[in-house]
Design a protein around this ligand. Structure first.
Ligand code: ZN
Length: 88
């Protein structure tokens, strides 16, 4: 865990079933998680969203529409997918 990593309430990813209990900014800007921010699983790229208390919930269908319109988020997911293939 580095200075860009924040502890969050543990949750089981809906995409891969792995435990997540920390969040790290994906672009090394030092950004911290906040309510309404995307939460991308580091293991499988499943997208969820932070609540104000930093617990995580699944997206609504309207929020999924926003994911597919967010080129920045899609680019981060592509980078994560490449890294995961590289690290295997
Ligand atoms: Zn996952």
């Amino acid at each position: 865990m580095n200075e860009n990593t924040s502890r969050i309430p543990a949750f089981i990813c809906w995409g891969c079933g792995k435990l997540n209990d920390a969040a790290t900014d994906s672009d090394s800007t030092g950004a911290k998680p906040f309510g309404g921010a995307w939460c991308i699983c580091k293991y499988c790229n499943h997208v969820a969203i932070f609540n104000d208390d930093l617990s995580v919930r699944q997206l609504t269908s309207l929020e999924w529409d926003e994911v597919f319109k967010d080129d920045n988020l899609l680019a981060k997911m592509r980078v994560n997918a490449r890294l995961m293939r590289f690290l295997k």
